[in-house]
Structure formats: structure tokens, C-alpha cells
Design a protein around this ligand. Structure first.
Ligand SMILES: *Cc1c(COP(=O)(O)O)cnc(C)c1O
Length: 399
């Protein structure tokens, strides 16, 4: 980082600080040799899908790691959410946050269940249980909590509400693989939890996901639905879909599991480097992870407070993009601002004031095993430089 005048920022025509693009969400990749050896085994067996040995091994290992009775691996988390909602008998309305990835409401709406958006606690970014009761109607059948950034939502309060109102409780734990709540790994809470193993997630199987539950009957139901409703050879007993994980994906999962501790160590190291590099900056808040819990530290999330930072999130994003730092505005603009929900519920924003505020401030920085400490130091220096010269930059940008 050697910019000596704001004119040297790439946004105003200077050379970018990074020659190569630095993305948010570059995959963590484990040991290639072990992965390729597994792929060779797979070809030798000629067993490529349908509950193959790698898929079974991955299910056993994940169930053991998370301390949960059943793990069912799936082709992706979106289908896993759809199947789980269906297996739980959800219908009518389900309450969930709008501050989440669009797959959370889509998985419900796709099967004719109305997503009812609830506001968040601005400190945790998670659904605010205190606002749920107002949203419950005679049509409500469940709550879908999301562990945003892998930080547990208020599980005990949500469970108490679900029990009191006879609602099902499921969790979108797409971000939370390996993370704990009061020392217990996520995966055992509510009626079921759903993980994503997409390439951009902390732990990946290329595409993939899993449902975990301690409920035997629910697991059996999900197992059937994952495989077209088959209950045995030539015997279909109910409607199902295809949610199976391929053996290649499961092989990647087994290799990712072997490298999981390294991924966490790198992410944790990166998180601490960002904390140090951005410390004391006015108008910039880095979300914190509770060091008493296990976290996967996959998300480096900033809140940019325009009045203190001197410039807004969106201008900061444009300037960083020009420098080849591809930060992202997750989650922006909020699910209720995207179709079809924007048309269905044009006034939803009125009951989502905290969500609306947060979606305008939030920013993700690159991390993972593809990002080195030197790059993080440079990114932080650049952000410091931008904020120190915010007034001048705003002038030059005509804002
Ligand atoms: C990534 C993600 C999903 C969807 O996962 P896929 O495996 O890509 O289908 C769902 N919910 C949240 C919160 C996510 O971040």
C-alpha cells in the first residue's frame, strides 16, 4: 500500500493495489492427493451416487463430530431446507429473518409456504425472538432460525416460543458448520438443522449440504424424501424428490473434514489480523466472535457507520473494488426487498427497521485459506487510508 495521494487510488485512475483479484468466498481446499486417491477408489468401485460408501462414511463422521444421532447428506442446502420443511409438515406461514441468504425464504415459498419476515437484533444480526409473537397467526406452523455468520441465534428463547405456540423449529445452519452454542456443536438444536457445503462455505463438498436431527422418525422421513420416496427396491411409499449427494462430493467432504482444523486456524488467524488492522477506526465495526465458543471464522463482517467513517458503505465498496478487493455487500438489500417478496409484501420494511438499517451498513471482507496475512495487512492499511482521506475522496467522487 503505497498511495501517497487520493488521486493514486484506482477509483480515480491510479494502478490497483492488488494485481490479482481478492474475492470473498474463495474455496478452502483440503489435501488434493487424498481427494484424488478417493476419486480413484470411487471409479474402481463404479459406485458414483445413491448412498455410496463415501456418503455413508461422511454421514457417520459428521454425526459423530456434531454429537447428533442422524446426519443426512444432500445435494445442496436449498433442497435440504425444502425437504426438511416438508418432512416437518410446515405449511401456511413460517417465521424467519429477512437478513439471510435468499435460499432461506425461497425454500419455503417454492412449496407454497408463506415466509413471514421478522426483524433482527442489530447486535447479533440474528432473528429477534422478542418480535416473533406479534407475527404468529392461526396459519403459523413453524420458525426457521438462521445462525448468521455461524453465531448461534437465541436457541433457548426460540425453543420456548416454539413449545408455547406448538410450532416446529428448524435452523438454517448454512454458516455454522463446526460452531458451538454453550460448548455444544450446532446440529442438535430444534427439530432439525440444515448445513450448506457449497464451495463458498467454510467446509465444502463442491455443492452439498446436510440435515442433522436427533428425531428418528423425522430422519427416516427425510431419507425417503431425499430418494424419490423409495422405501425399498421397487417400493415407493410417498412423494419424494432427488436430494442425494454424489460420491465425488462426499469424497471432497471427507478430505475437507481432514483439513477442517487447518481451515479454522487460518480463518481465526485472519480474523485476528483484521481485528488488529482495523482497531480503533472510527465508524468501522468488525463483528466479534465469542472466543469461548468454537467458531469457523468464515465471515469477516464490517458495519460502516457513514457519519463516523466520513463516507458510506457503498462508496467504500466502489473504491475497494477498483483496487481489486472484491468485498461484498452481504446481505443486501434483504430478502424482503427481492422478488417475489417485494411484490407480495411491499410494506414489509415497516416492521423490519433494524434489518433495513443493517443492510445499508454491512460489508464482507475476503478471508479463507486463499488470503494471506500480508494481503490482510495491506487491505487494512488501505481502508485506514481511505477513511483518513474520506472528505477529499467524497469531494473527488462528487458525493
Ligand atoms: C449458502 C446458504 C444457503 C444455500 O446453500 P446451498 O448449499 O448453496 O443451497 C442457505 N442459507 C444460507 C444462510 C446460506 O448462506
Amino acid at each position: 500500500m503505497d498511495k501517497t495521494s487520493t488521486k493514486e487510488l484506482a477509483f480515480f485512475g491510479g494502478p490497483p493495489a492488488f494485481g490479482e483479484l481478492l474475492h470473498v468466498g474463495r474455496p478452502n481446499i483440503g489435501d488434493r492427493g487424498r481427494f484424488i486417491a478417493r476419486i480413484n477408489d470411487m471409479f474402481d468401485r463404479r459406485w458414483l451416487s445413491n448412498d455410496g460408501p463415501f456418503a455413508q462414511e461422511l454421514e457417520q463422521k459428521i454425526a459423530m463430530l456434531l454429537g447428533v444421532k442422524h446426519c443426512l447428506v444432500m445435494c445442496n442446502a436449498t433442497v435440504a431446507l425444502e425437504i426438511t420443511a416438508r418432512a416437518l409438515g410446515l405449511q401456511g406461514e413460517v417465521i424467519l429473518p429477512s437478513f439471510t441468504f435468499i435460499a432461506s425464504p425461497h425454500s419455503l415459498q417454492w412449496q407454497g409456504i408463506t415466509p413471514v419476515f421478522c426483524d433482527i437484533d442489530p447486535l447479533t444480526h440474528n432473528i429477534d425472538p422478542a418480535r416473533i409473537e406479534n407475527l404468529i397467526t392461526p396459519r403459523t406452523t413453524g420458525i426457521l432460525g438462521v445462525h448468521v455468520w455461524g453465531r448461534a441465534c437465541e436457541i433457548e428463547n426460540l425453543s420456548a416460543l416454539a413449545q408455547k405456540h406448538h410450532l416446529k423449529l428448524m435452523f438454517d445452519a448454512a454458516h455454522a458448520f463446526g460452531c458451538t452454542h454453550h460448548g455444544q456443536r450446532m446440529g442438535r438444536f430444534g427439530d432439525a438443522e440444515v448445513f450448506s457445503f457449497h464451495a463458498t462455505k467454510f467446509f465444502n463438498t463442491f455443492e452439498g449440504g446436510a440435515v442433522t436431527t436427533n428425531d428418528d422418525a423425522l430422519a427416516e422421513k427425510i431419507r425417503g424424501m431425499r430418494n424419490f420416496g423409495f422405501a425399498g427396491l421397487d417400493n415407493v411409499t410417498s412423494i419424494g424428490t432427488n436430494g442425494k449427494m454424489s460420491e465425488a462430493s462426499a469424497a471432497m467432504g471427507l478430505s475437507s473434514l481432514e483439513s477442517m482444523d487447518e481451515f479454522i486456524e487460518t480463518n481465526h488467524h485472519n480474523y485476528l489480523a483484521y481485528s488488529k488492522g482495523l482497531a480503533g477506526l472510527s465508524g468501522i465495526r468488525l463483528i466479534n466472535y465469542d472466543e469461548k465458543e468454537k467458531n469457523n471464522y468464515q465471515y469477516i463482517v464490517l458495519e460502516v457507520e457513514e457519519k463516523d467513517a466520513g463516507l458510506g458503505r457503498d462508496l467504500l465498496v466502489k473504491i475497494l473494488h477498483a483496487e481489486n478487493i472484491l468485498v461484498r455487500r452481504y446481505f443486501y438489500p434483504g430478502c424482503h426487498q427481492m422478488e417475489p417478496y417485494r411484490s407480495y409484501f411491499p410494506n414489509a420494511g415497516l416492521v423490519l427497521p433494524e434489518t433495513e438499517k443493517l443492510t445499508l451498513k454491512v460489508l464482507q471482507l475476503p478471508t479463507g485459506t486463499a488470503v494471506g496475512e500480508k494481503e490482510i495487512v495491506d487491505i487494512c492499511q488501505l481502508i485506514r487510508y481511505i477513511l483518513a482521506n474520506a472528505a477529499e475522496i467524497r469531494d473527488q467522487a462528487g458525493q
